[in-house]
Design a protein around this ligand. Structure first.
Ligand code: S3P
Length: 450
């Protein structure tokens, strides 16, 4: 089942060269944060380039339920009239975050230190994902939570009426957990300190500073020590959301495996906490160049140019790079199928608790299409067959996971036989223009009857 309706089966078959320019949508992580931080200021925040995927639309709806005025002006232009730090109203309805782990975890954080309660739910995927990783640190502020067994949604959060600041060492490499604690720390008096051993995406820290919060990051032997001073008055901003490197990954990887391709993907943020995939692809021998490198809004940005790469080689992907490409492993495993030799991907336990268990989901679908995958609790290895040699021909389960669905559709662009997915519906959560965008480059993706 797709997250918001009947399943949408899709099939992708080998096509001619992919060529042209692919303007991918706005960054999902930054889009969620723009709406949430906008809701925590008094005054009007304006946003351009917002990702209008279902995940972000669900966050917009949630911010309205907490009292912010969120307006869609068309074409990715949005405004948020916020209620200020500590100004959230108690929602009179259940907050449905759909498929979005980022949405629910960040929103839990930002309401956790206000004297209000809220009940959260989501689709079957989200309701199966662990929330204790967020409610455990929130409890240190004085927040209470009651959910289903194993800390699953639906769950009610009772915000702390008199929050205390916390010092928290994040036990898993997760920007969602780090961000939930920082957002909760906004309405606690004094200094909240979050320590992460491995650097994860730092959009929350950068954006909090942009909104005028007092926040600093120090790199120590313990890792990154982030200190936030609570109860600031956040100042409304104008935010231009950069385009999403995680969405850019799909046209880039497709171009590398489809013979003759040459695709330009402009304006992609190359924040080092997000760009691990592109480094990895270059190490595999990908013809991937950064053109027009520049800085925008304090972030490195470039136009990516990806061309068919006949000599891809399997590599060892460094475990310490995992956090900077955590959402890109599914599509990397597709590229690895067309490389020669093995691609070993260690240090990726977190892949097991995403929208699906992404190692299991990719292993099953790749195996059905003729590719051998070995795995353990926190690693997996794909044995590549080389260009032109991947059989394909099977239907893969997407498990309510947008990135699994898109990865298998990319696979089918270069296999001997077409590849199908049982449900492409979840693609709309992060990349609603995936089909026309890929079709515009020359891909042959069809909706097929159930
Ligand atoms: C995100 C963090 C990552 C990532 C997700 C977006 C964010 O999750 O997988 O798609 O915006 O903070 P984790 O923090 O659980 O690793």
């Amino acid at each position: 089942m797709s997250s918001h309706g009947a399943p949408i089966p899709m099939t992708s078959r080998a096509c001619g060269a992919l060529t042209g320019t692919a303007h991918v949508p706005g960054d999902k992580s930054i889009s969620h944060r723009s709406l949430i931080l906008g809701a925590m200021c008094v005054g009007e925040t304006t946003i351009t380039g917002l990702l209008e995927g279902q995940d972000v639309l669900d966050t917009a709806k949630a911010m309205r339920a907490f009292g912010a005025e969120v307006t869609d002006h068309g074409n990715g232009r949005w405004s948020v009239h916020g209620v200020g730090v500590g100004g959230f109203a108690e929602p009179d309805q259940v907050i449905d975050c759909g498929n979005s782990g980022t949405g629910v975890r960040l929103i839990m954080g930002c309401m956790a230190t206000s004297p209000i309660s809220a009940t959260f739910t989501g689709d079957a995927s989200l309701n199966g994902r662990p929330m204790a990783r967020v409610t455990d640190p929130l409890a240190l502020f004085g927040t209470q939570s009651v959910g289903r067994a194993g800390g699953r949604l639906p769950m009610t959060i009772v915000g702390a009426a008199e929050p205390v600041p916390v010092r928290y060492v994040v036990p898993v490499p997760s920007a969602q957990v780090k961000s939930a604690v920082l957002l909760a720390g906004l309405n606690a008096p004094g200094k909240t300190v979050v320590i992460e051993a491995e650097a994860t995406r730092d959009h929350t820290e950068r954006m909090l500073a942009g909104f005028g919060a007092e926040i600093s990051t120090e790199v120590t032997d313990e890792g990154r020590v982030i200190t936030l001073t609570g109860q600031p008055e956040l100042k409304p901003q104008h935010i231009e959301v950069p385009r999403d490197p995680s969405s850019a990954a799909f046209p880039v990887c497709a171009a590398l495996i489809v013979p003759g391709s040459d695709v330009l993907v402009p304006n992609i943020g190359l924040n080092p906490t997000r760009a691990g995939l592109f480094t990895t692809l270059r190490e595999m021998g990908a013809d991937l160049t950064y053109e027009n490198e520049r800085e925008e809004g304090g972030e490195p940005v470039a136009d990516l140019r990806a061309r068919f790469s006949p000599d891809l080689k399997g590599i060892e992907v460094p475990a310490e790079r995992a956090a900077s490409m955590i959402d890109e492993y599914p599509v990397l495993s597709v590229v690895a199928a067309f490389a020669s030799g093995k691609t070993h991907m260690p240090g990726v336990k977190e892949l097991r608790v995403k929208e699906s268990d992404r190692i299991d989901a990719m292993k099953a679908g790749l195996a059905a299409n003729g590719i051998t995958v070995e795995d353990g609790p926190d690693w997996w290895t794909v044995t590549g067959l080389g260009h032109g040699k991947v059989p394909g021909g099977a239907t893969c389960a997407s498990h309510l996971d947008h990135r699994i669905a898109m990865s298998f559709l990319v696979l089918g662009m270069a296999t001997q036989q077409p590849v199908s997915v049982d449900d492409g519906g979840p693609i709309a959560t992060s990349f609603p223009i995936f089909e026309p965008l890929m079709g515009g480059l020359g891909a042959a993706i069809m909706r097929t009857d159930a």
